[in-house]
Write a protein that binds this ligand. Sequence first.
Ligand code: NAD
Length: 320
Amino acid sequence: MWIVPESAIPGLVDEQSAFDAIEATFAAMSRGDAYNFPVVREGLGEGRQYGFKSGLDRVGGLLGVKAGGYFPANAAQGVPNHQSTVYLFDPESGRPTAMVGGNLLTALRTAAASAISIRHLARADARVLGMVGAGHQSAFQMRAAVRQRAFEKVIGWNLHPEMLSRLEATAAELCLPFEAVDLDRLGAEADVIITITSSFDAILKDAQIRPGTHLACMGTDTKGKQEVEAALLARARVFTDEVAQSVAIGEAQHAVSAGLLEPGAIVEIGAVINGAHPGREHAGEVTLFDGTGVGLQDLAVASRAVDLAVAKGLAVEVAI
Ligand code: NAD
């Protein structure tokens, strides 16, 4: 089996490879060729979270699991709080084929998912990108998003204003002007909005979102988290990576439990990629992608990383 350590991942999987791998995965899920197994997530005490995301892609030949979680005491030791490792297996024999560092890959695959939603759902004339959230993931999100439309400006809001410098620096790296704004201005000016926070309450209200906006809601990946008002999901056309996760742990959990949204009305983005659903139907429609993060995304980028690492001599082979 191959070992690809976290230290080998930077420079290996770029935004385009992640985009292609995740787009193919979403398409396979929607065709029924690939599916995710139920997520396991356990609290370990002292704020530590640990869990498993796994799945099978029969046609792509992927079987595996991402194991990892959140360990809040790490930062004080200079170690990232989010820790994950992906394990790949041969779907025919069950033999392990690879162990891959999953930290950077998680950021890349999550950014690829929202970028895919922007590619397929945002208005072609979108020019202003709005960012809600300025944590670790936000820079990856912005870098992947700006590849999808001819954005001319980035505007952003964060609960903790001292973190906004990350958005400003990332926009500068992408040669785009950045302005910190309040939420009313963000909703009134942004054509595309990415939310990527750890919030447990609605940040953006329905009334703040103008017609024609595309939102990629990426932060809500656990029961109880929430980034936008449930009424917005009742007004929007809602898309997701996987309907079961969207309803259970995604942004849609609140609108569904309040009776504002039927699970059957939520569309898998894979159906749009495959041409089975038209996606955005008119310029005034609000589209919302509920990106919950599925195990197959992790397997897809990890498999890509193994191929690239082996080709570049960066993977370590061990006998099993
Ligand atoms: P981070 O800890 O680096 O940053 C957290 C962000 O949330 C910051 O912008 C912070 O200001 C903001 N925030 C914290 N508490 C808040 C509150 N009560 N209200 C509003 N904003 C608040 O985290 P990160 O690595 O950038 O991840 C952000 C979120 O994305 C997390 O919730 C994480 O679980 C989620 N995530 C989702 C996926 C997915 O596939 N959907 C993948 C990775 C991470």
